[in-house]
Design a protein around this ligand. Structure first.
Ligand SMILES: NC(=O)c1ccc[n+]([C@@H]2O[C@H](COP(=O)([O-])OP(=O)(O)OC[C@H]3O[C@@H](n4cnc5c(N)ncnc54)[C@H](OP(=O)(O)O)[C@@H]3O)[C@@H](O)[C@H]2O)c1
Length: 319
């Protein structure tokens, strides 16, 4: 079930009352939580999708500068949360021009339209702007150096947003999961259900983040209207292997059925074009200073995976 997550964000509800907020990528994983979270906080969300979608999202291709300006002007928003992106990391590597058009230029178009209409902007960024080769946990001002076309295009987008107005915000997040679409915990539960075991890399580390918790944190960030880069993830860090084992436990499955492997061994069998950071852990330093403290990642797993397991036909009693 969709719903808001758990973030220490109580002041948000009052302060968004009466605001009109455009959400790009409203039909995506995060957008599916963001639209109801904004409504719960008293705002009027206006969803933009890449095509007409459920809930009557306004179709707007962010690569079309004139269409973005016209749609945002027509929506008369007080703020925009820009969650649309070309998020297929390997697809971006195969087609870097499209990655740049959607994630770089598309973000510049949204930022220019927000400036033109006097709206505040919060754009969603990624941990993949960092190389992950030793500098983690990364602070907001750590130097980015993306390994992939996806990371490079998202960095280009965040730079365009901050160049358009220093008052705009870039909320970098990581390892987002939740809702009805494809995500890593869903893959884990489905694979264990169908095959009884799986191998997961134990040398890739990051900050698993539930999309509902992220939506709540973005609402809280919008309420305080902070500008600049803000890291926003569930608290703590995990390897993919540790995350998969926690998912297995919460699904009522045997965690020992998840075995560890290395990225090198995994890629030898399943080659992928894009390189991923080995450790892209983000430090949520600015968010904590703003009073925004999403719960630990494993609490989000315990809260949401039983329903995911039930949806996939498994008994939802955690071990
Ligand atoms: N998922 C993660 O692990 C993760 C991690 C770090 C940061 N992020 C960032 O978080 C944000 C939300 O990601 P998500 O997980 O919700 O991704 P998602 O499920 O792929 O949603 C992205 C949305 O953007 C839309 N979109 C793609 N190209 C578009 C275009 N040219 N014009 C308009 N809309 C377009 C997609 O619509 P269609 O599906 O119709 O194309 C989709 O609804 C993104 O900025 C992403 O970079 C995600």
């Amino acid at each position: 079930m969709m719903g808001v997550g758990s973030t220490d964000a109580a002041p948000a509800a009052a302060s968004l009352r009466g605001m009109r907020v455009v959400v790009t990528g409203a039909g995506g994983q995060l957008g599916g939580f963001l639209v109801p979270a904004l409504a719960a906080a008293g705002a009027t969300p206006v969803g933009f999708g890449s095509r007409p979608g459920p809930g009557g999202a306004v179709p707007v291709d962010v690569t079309d500068e004139a269409a973005v300006l016209a749609a945002i002007a027509a929506a008369r928003p007080d703020a925009v949360i820009h969650a649309a992106a070309y998020t297929d990391v390997d697809g971006c590597e195969r087609d870097p021009a499209r990655a740049e058009a959607v994630n770089g230029a598309g973000s510049a178009h949204v930022a220019a339209a927000a400036v033109a209409t006097g709206a505040h902007l919060v754009a969603v960024g990624t941990d993949f702007v960092f190389p992950g080769d030793g500098g983690a946990p990364y602070a907001e001002d750590s130097p980015p150096a993306p390994l992939s076309a996806y990371g490079a295009s998202k960095l280009s987008g965040e730079r365009a947003v901050l160049a358009a107005s220093p008052g705009f915000a870039v909320a970098r997040t990581a390892w987002v999961w939740g809702g009805p679409g494809k995500h890593f915990p869903r893959t884990v539960v489905r694979t264990l259900r169908d095959r009884g075991e799986m191998e997961v890399v134990a040398d890739e580390t990051g900050c698993p983040t539930h999309a509902g918790d992220l939506a709540d944190a973005l609402v809280a960030l919008l309420a305080v209207r902070a500008g600049g880069i803000v890291h926003l993830t569930n608290a703590g860090r995990a390897t993919r292997f540790a995350l998969a084992r926690a998912v297995a436990v919460a699904a009522g499955l045997d965690p020992a059925s998840v075995r560890s492997t290395t990225t090198e061994a995994f890629l030898a069998r399943y080659p992928l074009p894009a390189r991923r950071p080995a450790d892209s852990t983000l430090a949520n330093t600015r968010a904590a200073g703003l009073g925004i403290r999403p719960r630990p990642w494993d609490e989000a797993v315990s809260a949401h995976v039983p329903a995911l397991a039930a949806e996939l036909g498994l008994a939802a009693s955690p071990r």
